[in-house]
Design a protein around this ligand. Structure first.
Ligand code: NAP
Length: 315
């Protein structure tokens, strides 16, 4: 097909955007269904899971498995069935019920159905020093940067599963981990809470938010505020790890698909978005629980629903 400006498109059955657990599982199912499909990923597949040191709540691995290895296995499994994974950065979507164009840094692709499995990105604190010192002591990945803090003190910001899990991981290296949380109760799963309170290297700093991250060439201190008293104080730390949740990577869908108030893509139980032939799965989707196990199930459902959709429009 010619788009009128000289490009010729080969029509795909299905394009999957995103190579995390949801996208790769959708790709695995699509490949087994012999759909002519491509999975597009900006860099290399794996998603946020590859930044997770150890995954222990994904069924089938009673002793746990490294996030990197789990994703490698899922990728290999999908490729064994013939999934075509390409490294292309998607810049724009031109989507309507009649026609779906995916514009990437390498060209344009046309597809009958589309699955968005673009995941989410770490939320920032938005305080002084955060941006300037990112990569110089401020980090959003303990697995990547934790080993730099051997025998040093670090702060972890947040009280959810990620913050507590990563704080526990950091105790392998740091002499002390200050876990700074804005309330006096953690949001994390009870099991993780028990581990955090039992770990002597973790000091819980309750009812507190960071206000500034200080240092010239590297982090030296973090300024914190007690939200009950408004009192300011400082903790000398070499590293600040921020785990305060995620924002959906849904920019491509903005203005084209229905999003919830926080920007996550709204779907029904069959992963159908507000536009026929476009599906969403994984962390980018509006839902209750963001886990590898939920992402995998949604990827499978999205691929199956996409196959049914392709068959219905072909008739
Ligand atoms: P989350 O559950 O949204 O928790 C974010 C934490 O950061 C909360 O404790 C929140 O405080 C705090 N926070 C948010 N904005 C803040 C701000 N501006 N300043 C200070 N603190 C702030 O995010 P998450 O821990 O990254 O988890 C995301 C999802 O992944 C969850 O569904 C989680 O269960 C899942 N997950 C699961 C596992 C696992 O199963 N092993 C591991 C990692 C993540 P409040 O509590 O006061 O809101």
């Amino acid at each position: 097909m010619n788009d009128g400006v000289g490009f010729f498109f080969i029509m795909e059955d299905l394009i999957i955007i995103g190579g995390g657990p949801a996208g790769l599982t959708a790709g695995l199912y699509a490949a087994r269904s012999r759909l002519k499909s491509i999975l597009l990923e900006k860099l290399s597949p794996g998603g946020q899971v590859i930044l997770t040191d150890w995954v222990e709540n994904y069924p089938g691995f009673p002793d746990g498995i490294s996030g990197f290895e789990l994703m490698e296995r899922i990728r290999r499994q999908a490729e064994n069935f013939g999934l075509n994974i390409q490294s292309q950065d998607v810049i724009k979507l031109n989507i309507s019920p009649e026609r779906k164009l995916v514009v990437t840094d390498k060209g344009s692709l046309e597809t009958r159905a589309l699955i968005l499995a673009t995941g989410a990105t770490p939320r920032k604190l938005g305080i002084e020093g955060e941006e300037r010192l990112t990569g110089k002591g401020v980090s959003y990945c303990a697995t990547c940067d934790g080993p730099f803090y051997r025998d040093q003190e670090v702060a972890v910001i947040g009280g959810g599963d990620t913050a507590v899990e990563e704080a526990l991981f950091l105790t392998k290296f740091a002499i002390k981990v200050h876990l700074v949380h804005r309330r006096n109760e953690l949001r994390a799963t009870k099991l993780l809470q028990e581990r955090a309170t039992a770990q002597e290297k973790i000091e819980l700093v309750w009812d507190t938010v960071p206000t500034r991250i200080l240092g010239e060439t590297g982090v030296k201190e973090i300024e914190i505020k007690n939200v009950k008293t408004d009192g300011l104080s400082r903790i000398p730390v070499e590293g600040v790890f921020v785990f305060i949740g995620y924002n959906p990577s849904s920019e491509l869908a903005r203005g084209q698909l229905k999003l919830d108030t926080r920007g996550f893509i709204v779907t029904n139980n069959d992963m159908e978005t507000s536009l026929a032939g476009v599906f969403a799965a994984g962390d980018v989707r509006s839902k209750l629980l963001r886990q590898i196990s939920t992402a995998v199930g949604e990827g499978a459902t999205a691929a199956f629903a996409a196959e049914r959709y392709i068959e219905s429009v072909a008739q």
